[in-house]
Design a protein around this ligand. Sequence first.
Ligand code: SAH
Ligand code: SF4
Length: 356
Amino acid sequence: MPTSLHDLTFDELRERIVRDGLRPAHSARLWNALHLRADTDLLARTDFLPPLRRWLEANLGTEFHLDVLPIATQTPSGDGLTRKYLLKLQDGQEIETVVMGYPGRHTTCVSTQAGCAMGCVFCATGQMGFVRHLRPGEIVAQVLHAQRVLRQHGGRLRNLVLMGMGEPLHNYDNVMKALGMISDTRGANIGPSKISISTVGVVPGILRMAEEGSHYNLAVSLHGSTEAERAALIPANQRWPLSELIAACHTYGEKTGRKIFFAWTLIAGVNDTPEHAQRLAALLSGIRAHVNLIPLNETAGYEGRESIETTGEVFHRIIQDAGIPCTIRQRRGIDVAAGCGQLKAERRKRGEKSTL
Ligand code: SAH
Ligand code: SF4
């Protein structure tokens, strides 16, 4: 199986190019084509110098390949600014990537795994089960896809969120390697402060981020403020209980000095009452926190319903009154953005075949 050029960091690419007898400048040019220009067909370029071109002709298709992910399906959102893509991997797996176009600050949401092992009951990806981890190149390729889409519309990608399919901290090494490449100033150059990693609460991963002094933003999906309530929604709570998760958040905050974003999906009658809000506020006391309230996107495999708007507003006010910044995610764009795994689930239900 050939290695993906998108799996190689700047240094790894240079090492290989130099080992094959080329000058290091060629590797910088190749990296630039891959990560800055986001080229999809290197042999179609006419501006590579002969040694690099010969190297590519000799190696592409045999020893190396590119991660260029064809579009299996795409769905524009109602407002036309947000677009969700189902992208096809080489082994036929399909993953979701969302490009969100807020004026002046385009964001992309990428997947880190095909499926997910965590089994959150309300989540379409969790309902599918785990297939495999994505390689670094497959994560990078989603960002490059978003760059190309935005370029066509004169936009530029500024923010990245790891909130697509999969649990990023369950695929820690590949995710961090990919983020290193994506934030490389010689490539896509999305600064670490513009990158958010969302986790269901993989405690060892959070502690590792704290230990490594990670500069990425951390978002923790809570959804429940007692062990039993959270475990009913998130089976992974049995492996990493809420008490350990909150302790890890304290450690992370102390070691990095960074704010933590907490996601709370509002589900009618399940976790949206004023008592739930008060318990959440108490749970977060002493942590530099920001709470993001997300209306539930209803899925076929879960009977829970979205909270009514006024309930969400009361919840929001209680959190804010406790001195914790809190945002209700707007409906705009959410029809495609929040329903992680839903495009794939819907297509599977309709029995549609890929067009590619
Ligand atoms: N695995 C990571 C990141 C992917 S999920 C995590 O769980 O954090 C990204 C976010 O979408 C999480 O906060 C998750 O709880 C939320 N989410 C998943 N399915 C949802 C749904 N049907 N409605 C609303 N939010 C959902
Ligand atoms: Fe996995 Fe996140 Fe979905 Fe839970 S919410 S099943 S962790 S993708």
